[in-house]
Design a protein around this ligand. Structure first.
Ligand SMILES: Nc1ccn([C@@H]2O[C@H](COP(=O)(O)OP(=O)(O)OP(=O)(O)O)[C@@H](O)[C@H]2O)c(=O)n1
Ligand SMILES: C[C@](O)(CO)[C@H](O)COP(=O)(O)O
Length: 224
């Protein structure tokens, strides 16, 4: 059985700001993207990685392909994250059985997490890490609370999101005009109820500058 990863690194990092997309910034000696690439490289559950980058970053893509033997292919991503994933899925069509779709801006995945996700996908077809809400959760419109949501049912979803390849490919085909913010939604709408693996909040996505400060502290303490 072949298991591949799609590493989404084609975003511009608008909320983060600056000229260099956040995934290519250096975090204590290596690029943010390399933290997850290293885990995929080391994991015995991952056979190959497809890397998607923004236009203008082909030199970085080439050098990462040189450095990490599991990067089998790189290409440019699309305008939105979902467009990037679609490209990755087309590249991998008929080449793998299971696919792990991951944000390059989420550096702190672990070998144990990859293993758990891959094992669970055999049973549940779609699986992702998530954290249960720790704060009280309100539904807010225009700055005013409409209602309080039941916290025990609220889960904040991370990546890698792991799927049986044919299932997620079909989901993207069926909802090709949608641009959902994550990949699970494409199979949720097919009636699948993806399995959530409760995970550490350290697997956060670097979205704004303050996330980078937290990421620096995580690396300094070796805490992931
Ligand atoms: N067209 C896009 C947009 C996003 N991503 C990737 O998807 C992940 C999660 O996206 P996000 O944090 O939203 O990154 P950006 O789109 O770069 O950020 P922003 O929305 O602030 O511009 C990131 O690894 C990002 O590089 C991608 O591959 N292709
Ligand atoms: C896929 C994701 O990381 C799951 O939490 C998230 O939805 C990406 O959202 P973004 O708006 O592209 O940052």
């Amino acid at each position: 059985m072949k298991i591949c990863a799609i590493l989404c690194a084609a975003g511009k990092g608008t909320r983060f700001g600056g000229d260099t997309p956040k995934q290519f910034l250096f975090l204590k000696g290596k690029m943010i993207i390399e933290y997850s690439l290293e885990m995929f490289e080391k994991s015995r559950f991952i056979d190959g990685v497809v890397l998607l980058v923004p236009q203008g970053f082909e030199d970085i893509a080439r050098s990462l392909k040189e450095k990490y033997s599991k990067v089998v292919y790189w290409d440019y991503g699309g305008k939105e994250r979902a467009d990037t994933v679609k490209k990755g899925l087309e590249i991998l069509k008929n080449k793998c059985d299971i696919v792990a779709i991951h944000d390059a801006a989420r550096p702190f995945i672990t070998l144990q997490l990859i293993e758990k996700l891959v094992k669970e996908v055999e049973v549940h077809f779609a699986v992702a890490p998530g954290i249960l809400a720790k704060d009280t959760v309100k539904f807010v419109v225009d700055g005013h609370i409409q209602k309080t949501l039941p916290r025990s049912n609220i889960c904040l979803i991370q990546t890698p999101q792991v799927f049986k390849f044919d299932l997620i490919y079909k989901g993207y085909e069926m909802f090709k005009n949608e641009l959902f913010t994550d990949d699970l939604q494409y199979v949720e709408l097919m009636g699948i109820k993806p399995k959530i693996i409760e995970n550490s909040s350290v697997n956060f996505k670097i979205t704004t500058k303050e996330d980078l400060l937290i990421a620096e502290a995580v690396v300094e303490k070796g805490y992931w």
